[in-house]
Design a protein around this ligand. Structure first.
Ligand SMILES: Nc1ncnc2c1ncn2[C@@H]1O[C@H](COP(=O)(O)OP(=O)(O)OP(=O)(O)O)[C@@H](O)[C@H]1O
Length: 263
């Protein structure tokens, strides 16, 4: 298979084996995947199946040892240099000694964005995540959900078309998580970004995604890619519809099939 030029991300026979003191650890093997512009793709699978590693390969934080991958039609290295993506980590990872707006400003300062433009962008991204008026607060003055929204705002400040999100809501309670899922879908619809989203939650994956990538561990492989049949407009109660439950059942089946109970 040759990389598809229309894809934002195109992986072919992608593999990554880490060299460790205890011998090689194969985190990913034989991954073939195309992600189109505007897709919302969730990666789901048990701990250690290589979800974070795949995101880190896209972001050029790890180098594959096999196969190929293109990001926006270029190497991950060029994509990183072109600031093609924003990255949201598992924990909010905000600097506690900087206010929210100064946290968002930091990467823009490094990029050399002029102060007036910086200010305008900060206002815009705070509004996108519903944090207008909270820019002068320090992270510790905000709830966990607000901190995670601030870290999303920081990732949005580059205005990259691609957003990489590594289990951003994993540590939050269910009600807050539901709310943030709804907001994230709205933001995605407004901005038309391509989103790669790592999660452990089947309902979260089904609710958010246009495409669900099911992975299995040892070594990390893609076992199923499910294209969602749900409409783009998704109220939370869509989760009770037969269509939603059907997709959730297929994800669960994929996870079971790839799971070894011997380990
Ligand atoms: N830098 C590294 N050196 C050695 N092994 C690593 C390194 N990073 C990850 N691994 C191993 O690669 C495998 C995949 O890890 P990864 O973090 O990508 O999994 P994951 O699916 O994101 O897991 P989780 O859901 O727990 O976050 C694991 O076995 C992990 O121990």
């Amino acid at each position: 298979m040759i990389p598809s030029p229309a894809s934002v991300i195109s992986a072919r026979k992608l593999g990554l084996t880490f060299k460790t003191a205890d011998g090689p650890v194969t985190a990913l093997t034989g991954v073939d995947l195309d992600i189109a512009k505007g897709d919302f793709v969730s990666f789901i699978g048990p701990s250690g199946c290589g979800k974070t590693t795949f995101l880190r390969v896209i972001a050029d934080l790890e180098r594959p040892t096999d196969g190929t991958i293109t990001v926006n039609g270029t190497t991950p290295e060029d994509a990183r240099r072109n600031r093609s993506y924003g990255y949201v980590f598992q924990a909010a990872a905000l600097y506690p000694w900087r206010t929210i707006e100064d946290n968002i400003a930091l990467p823009l300062e490094i990029m050399g964005t002029p102060p007036a433009e910086r200010k305008a962008r900060i206002e815009r991204v705070l509004a996108l995540v519903n944090l207008t008026g909270f820019g002068r607060k320090f992270p510790w003055q905000l709830s966990g959900g607000m901190q995670q929204r601030a870290s999303i705002a920081r990732a949005l400040a580059f205005d990259a078309d691609l957003l990489l999100m590594d289990e951003p809501f994993g540590a939050l309670d269910e009600i807050v998580r539901d709310h943030l899922n709804e907001q994230l879908l709205k933001l995605w619809a407004q901005t038309n970004k391509t989103i790669c989203f790592v999660t452990h939650s089947i309902p979260e994956a089904v609710y958010l995604s246009t495409k669900i990538v099911v992975m299995s561990p040892r070594p990390g492989r893609v076992t199923d890619v499910i294209t969602s049949t749900l409409p783009k407009e998704r109220p939370l109660d869509i989760r009770e519809t037969p269509e939603f439950l059907e997709i959730a059942a297929r994800v669960r089946e994929g996870l079971r099939a790839g799971h070894s109970y011997d380990e």
